[in-house]
Design a protein around this ligand. Structure first.
Ligand code: ASP
Ligand code: MG
Length: 472
């Protein structure tokens, strides 16, 4: 994965944004590993999440304080502060551990005061929440910057709140791209050009006048994509705790293997279909600029990872198989011929539920919804319009492959492999990128396994590891 030699001074597109998730920095050993990875990379910009679990803990502390449980809230702060100081003591040489601990103390004193305010008002506003939860990334990024420094590179902590400019939609702020790009050029680029390693917290940003905001839960990937786009990076690497995007959920299929390359659109659908590695929508700023994105495993850095490209992923018949449980099939038999008004009434009644697939014929509407949809209630509300029936405990199994529904011999093989399993529905998915099948929930795992064996027989081995020369 190392860049070709001599890349230190390439302009613009030579920079590499490395994003590390919370589990990649969850303890001293993990953080040391990450610092080592960063130290080896020329032209790196680092974006890091809060230590695993910290965002949830800070949020809970804020809520506790608002409900009058100030002591419990302050106790949580102490636990978080302690976790960082233990790591700092373990990782850093004395000369930098001391000042870091002093800083940490001050930061958490500020947060304790904030919690006091929350308790006094009995209100934990989104604005205050952003200030509080964002501190998870502030301290994790400072700690990682120290860690990279200790690993022998001239790291520089950069306050992401000064670089990422957003509107004031607290909790889910939208980036202002031009302002962000110019701040990145002003604050991050000179560091890179002088050979330093900028380290920023993900997820956190601020309004133009400096009020802290956050980009929404899981927002660090988005931060990293914004930084990559703003700096015109040559690639973005999302380092996490799995090898990349897999051909199936490894918990269902131990034979699941890494997908070497995948298009952005396919990755987005895979994520929707239940492959939880990342939300590709958050990578849009990078993919729009044709910056390739890699998903990689910080625990197994030799694993090649998955490459997400705008277009032109290596063509294959079947890319992956996913399943999603907890689905209900709703059939509305219409009392009169379908028209836009009636269909509109039905869809309106489903408002607030996640609908998946939907098919219409003259006298019926069939839809797949998450099983939280209250079929009884639907039956009642739509009594005059349709007779509603629901079938619960279903699962959606999707076979991903470009225009797969058109390859009749492949479709035939799929059904052959599923012999004996009742397939309640089959339809081409969005953009003809998958074949969507509905089966009983308790046969979902078996279906995925059989299909995976068909398209990815275990005799077909592949090399997942990066060659020692570092190929990419
Ligand atoms: N720490 C934030 C969260 O847990 C952001 C992130 O990790 O992406 O949502
Ligand atoms: Mg994450």
């Amino acid at each position: 994965m190392s860049q070709p030699a001599g890349n230190k001074h390439v302009e613009g597109r030579g920079w590499v944004v490395l994003k590390f998730g919370g589990t990649s920095v969850e303890n001293a050993a993990a953080l040391r590993r990450v610092a080592g990875l960063v130290a080896q990379q020329e032209g790196a910009v680092v974006v890091v999440s809060a230590l695993a679990g910290v965002t949830d803990q800070l949020l809970a502390a804020g809520e506790d304080a608002a409900r009058g449980r100030l002591t419990a809230a302050q106790q949580s702060l102490l636990v978080i502060c302690d976790r960082h100081s233990v790591m700092a003591r373990e990782l850093l040489p004395e000369a930098s551990a001391g000042p870091f601990l002093t800083y940490l103390q001050k930061e958490f004193e500020g947060l304790a005061k904030l919690l006091h305010g929350v308790a006094a008002l009995g209100e934990f506003s989104p604005r205050t929440a952003d200030r509080l939860v964002g501190s998870g990334e502030v301290v994790s990024s400072r700690l990682l910057a120290e860690g990279v420094f200790a690993a022998g590179r001239n790291a520089a902590w950069v306050d992401a709140r000064q670089c990422l400019v957003t509107d004031d939609a607290f909790g889910q702020a939208k980036p202002l791209r031009e302002a962000t790009n110019s701040r990145l050029r002003e604050l991050v680029l000179p560091l890179l050009e002088s050979g330093r390693v900028p380290v920023l917290g993900g997820f956190i940003a601020a309004t133009a006048d400096g009020t802290p905001t956050t980009l929404g839960r899981g927002g660090s990937d988005f931060s990293a994509a914004l930084v990559a786009a703003g700096l015109g990076a040559s690639r973005l690497e999302i380092w996490t705790d799995v090898d990349g995007i897999m051909t199936a959920d490894p918990r269902l299929c131990p034979d699941a293997r890494l997908i070497p390359s995948i298009s952005f659109a396919e990755a987005a659908e895979l994520a929707q279909a239940g492959a939880k590695v990342l939300h590709p929508a958050t990578l849009l700023p990078a993919t729009e600029k044709n910056i390739p994105v890699y998903v990689r495993n910080s625990r197994r850095p030799r694993s090649r990872g998955t490459r997400i490209v705008a277009e032109g992923a290596e063509p294959v018949t079947v890319r992956a198989i996913t399943s999603k449980r907890g689905v209900v099939i709703v059939e509305a038999r219409l009392r009169r011929q379908a028209d836009a008004h009636t269909l509109g009434q039905i869809l309106k009644a489903c408002e607030g539920y996640t609908l998946d697939l939907c098919s219409v014929s003259q006298h019926s509407l069939v839809l797949l919804a998450d099983s939280k949809l209250a079929v009884r209630e639907l039956e009642r509300t739509l009594r005059d319009v349709a007779e509603v029936q629901g079938e619960n405990h279903k699962a959606i199994v999707r076979v991903f492959g470009d225009r797969i529904g058109r390859h009749t011999s492949v479709v035939a093989q799929i059904f052959h492999a599923l012999a004996g399993i009742e397939v309640r529905l089959a339809a081409p998915g969005e953009g003809e990128r998958n074949l969507t099948l509905v089966v009983d929930e308790d046969q979902a795992a078996e279906s995925v396994q059989r299909l995976h064996n068909l398209f990815f027989p275990s005799s077909d081995q592949q090399a997942n590891e990066v060659s020692p020369a570092g190929a990419q």
